[in-house]
Write a protein that binds this ligand. Structure first.
Ligand code: F6R
Length: 366
């Protein structure tokens, strides 16, 4: 049942080239520069004129929401707010009939996310779901939605469900941009052609497994760990930190790299591993100065870099390479080595990877 892997989590990490391919099947037409999302087709016209999108979710799904915010704002130019479902529902939020709420949930059963949807629905908003479990409670109460089709996820820590959520949100961002006319057809051809190759690039990113395992040996006894990223690398940092804390029980925090100097820098010393998303994109130079700040305080830097990088390699203690890609697809690739890092550290610490203490696969109580 684990297909030769020691744990479901590892099997699910390795399934990602396939699960993402499944998620895109029949939805992208790279040569024509077209995205088709049957599940929200009825709302195609409404999407031309919406003022605001509110994304509600919990945990890892909330991190996917942050990536979605970045992509929808970038390509469809629609303002997006990303809310923890539990905070949103108790805050008397301002919601109107003009709003579109996107609820993201792997299980489709999360109590807070359900309650947030019910409230927004009562106030007249249009509700879209991004769920993995077909026919679960959330997809039944939404107006429309797009399934992630990642297949059953058994490991409690979300891995392939997260990358499938990010893939669906990427498709939604492109779909909305296409409806609104905020993206040219030629740009869409270019992006979809690249997206079509992302499963192959994930396959390459998985080849970092041996180096990640070796790095894990060095850091298995750490008590704390900081994850830093900028732009869409920031939600990746948050997700890397959550994975590490939930399965290895090491205290970890994700931060926007530039926020480090506003507090967390005080924690940095030779005992503190700092994982930095330092791939070649618009914030590359800025991230390099953040790495220098860490090194100046004797922090140990583990950097996720673009294949062939030379600059970061001069400074970081350890580098993990991932294939080059447009910034839009960075989260899908940079997440892979972080999943592997948390997995190997947890295994080395003797933790129950697939069933971490105190956690449940679906949180149906608030
Ligand atoms: C983390 C994890 C949780 C879930 C959260 C929301 O690995 O699995 O943080 O992401 O409980 O669950 P869903 O997506 O089912 O609503």
């Amino acid at each position: 049942e684990k297909g030769g892997y020691d744990h479901f989590m590892l099997k699910e990490i390795y399934e990602q080239p396939r699960s993402i391919r499944d998620c895109m099947r029949g939805r992208i037409y790279p040569e024509e520069g077209k995205v088709q999302l049957g599940g929200i087709k009825e709302f195609a016209d409404k999407l031309k004129n919406i003022d605001r999108i509110i994304i509600v979710a919990c945990g890892t799904s909330w991190h996917a929401g942050l990536v979605g915010e970045y992509l929808i704002e970038e390509y469809a130019r629609i303002p997006v707010e990303v809310e923890y479902a539990s905070e949103f529902r108790y805050r008397n939020p301002i919601i109107t009939e003009k709003d579109v709420v996107i609820a993201i949930s792997q299980s489709g059963e999360t109590a807070d996310t359900m309650a947030a949807i019910e409230m927004a629905k009562e106030k007249g908003a249009t509700i879209f779901g991004v769920c993995n479990v077909v026919g679960a409670s959330i997809p039944r109460i939404t107006h429309a939605g797009v399934y992630t089709h990642a297949g059953p996820e058994i490991g409690v820590a979300s891995t392939k469900a997260f990358t499938a959520q990010v893939t669906v949100l990427t498709l939604m961002a492109f779909y909305m941009a296409q409806q609104k006319g905020t993206i040219s057809n030629s740009k869409l051809v270019e992006l979809l052609t690249e997206l079509d190759c992302i499963p192959d690039k994930i396959q390459v990113a998985l080849q970092s497994n041996d180096i990640v395992k070796a790095i894990s040996e060095k850091f298995k006894d750490s008590r704390n760990c900081l994850f830093l990223g900028r732009g869409s690398g920031f939600p990746v940092a948050l997700e890397g930190a959550l994975k590490l804390k939930e399965i290895s029980y090491i205290h970890a925090e994700g931060y926007p790299a530039a926020e480090m100097k506003h507090g967390p820098i005080a924690l940095i010393d030779e005992e503190m591993p700092v994982v930095v998303i330092a791939t070649k994109n618009s914030s590359y130079e800025k991230v390099i100065s953040n790495i220098q700040e860490v090194k100046a305080r004797k922090g140990v830097v583990i950097a996720i870099v673009t294949e062939g990088d030379t600059e970061v390699k001069k400074m970081a203690d350890y580098c993990i390479e991932i294939p080059d890609s447009s910034e839009a697809f960075l989260p899908l690739l940079a997440t892979i080595p972080l999943q592997l890092l948390s997995y190997h550290i947890a295994v080395l610490r003797g933790c129950n990877v697939d069933q971490p203490r105190n956690l449940a696969k679906s949180v149906t109580v608030e």
